[in-house]
Write a protein that binds this ligand. Structure first.
Ligand code: ZN
Length: 295
């Protein structure tokens, strides 16, 4: 069990009261660092690419590297496309071998969001073995976090979240609950934990597995994260922190060893910095040991 879809591991996480780390990578070497770090902790893991690195490297190249690295990792590994707004690109990633796709049509009016999201779900079903994440509400950038968090109209209405999931057939729901992408500008960003719990309860009552996704994971306090998991979140996205690790890892190396022109050593420093982020989050999320063969 190495190449899996997100539903395979997230339904188990929801029931087990932990979350699986979903880590955005920007290079093949960083993918290797994330998978190896997770394997060291016997934790299931989700590798994510946003559209920009996926388009730069090519989804076929990413998926080929994923298949090779995941098949020898000894833990379940998902390859996920994060926040794609491009239906054709979602289909290309499905064809290439991604096992989970996020179609983010949340900026469209509700009916259009349903129609666009459903088109990707239908394609994934045809292909088989691929699950789909949809978003309802607005997960903002940190610049707008406070405004968004205090404006109910852009957060995910629990009843509408369930209707949206039924109408589209999505496997995972990313509900807007006040989290944001980037580095939070306030120490205690306003996160609507009760809303997450309400959505989880309604999904359970409707008999839907529907794992819930926590976006904007970089910089949330451990206390908030644990409350969000207890409220029913089971996929935890970390992107910005891994970008910082990749760049800071290189900067630290060149500052300490300015005359060492050895790319392998430079990349090892970047990989070590990335692995440290992954290990920190897996321990907080409670997924350590949940991806072993007996887990
Ligand atoms: Zn996100």
């Amino acid at each position: 069990m190495s190449i899996v879809s997100a539903s395979d591991i997230l339904n188990k996480a929801t029931k087990g009261g932990y979350a699986v780390g979903a880590f955005n990578i920007t290079s093949i070497m960083q993918m290797q660092a994330v998978i190896e770090a997770a394997a060291g902790l016997k934790a299931p893991v989700i590798i994510q690419t946003s559209e920009s690195p996926a388009k730069m490297i090519g989804p076929e190249v990413i998926a080929a590297a994923y298949r090779e690295l995941a098949s020898r990792a000894g833990i379940p590994v998902v390859l996920h496309l994060d926040h794609s707004t491009d239906v054709d690109f979602c289909k290309r990633c499905i064809d290439a071998g991604y096992t989970n796709i996020m179609i983010d049509a949340s900026s469209h009016p509700y009916d259009d969001n349903v129609r666009i999201t459903k088109e990707v779900v239908d394609y994934a079903r045809e292909k088989g073995g691929v699950t789909v994440e949809g978003e309802l509400g607005t997960v903002s950038g940190v610049e707008d976090q406070v405004i968004v968090a205090e404006n109910d109209s852009v957060l995910c209405d629990p009843d509408l979240g369930i209707s949206f999931s039924k109408a589209t057939g999505i496997d995972l729901l990313a509900p807007a609950i006040g989290t944001a992408h980037g580095v939070y500008k306030t120490e205690n960003p306003k996160i609507d934990v009760a809303r997450m719990r309400a959505i989880r309860t309604k999904a359970d009552e409707a008999g839907m597995e529907l794992p819930l996704v926590i976006h904007g994971g970089t910089g949330l306090s451990e206390g908030i994260v644990k409350r969000l998991i207890a409220a029913g979140g089971s996929k935890y996205n970390v992107s910005t922190e891994l970008k910082y690790a990749w760049i800071d890892g290189a900067a630290a190396f060149t500052a300490q060893k300015p005359l060492v022109y050895n790319p392998n050593k430079l990349m090892q420093s970047q990989m070590d910095a990335s692995a440290a982020v992954v290990i920190k989050w897996i321990k907080i999320l409670g997924s350590e040991g949940k991806g072993g063969s007996n887990a």
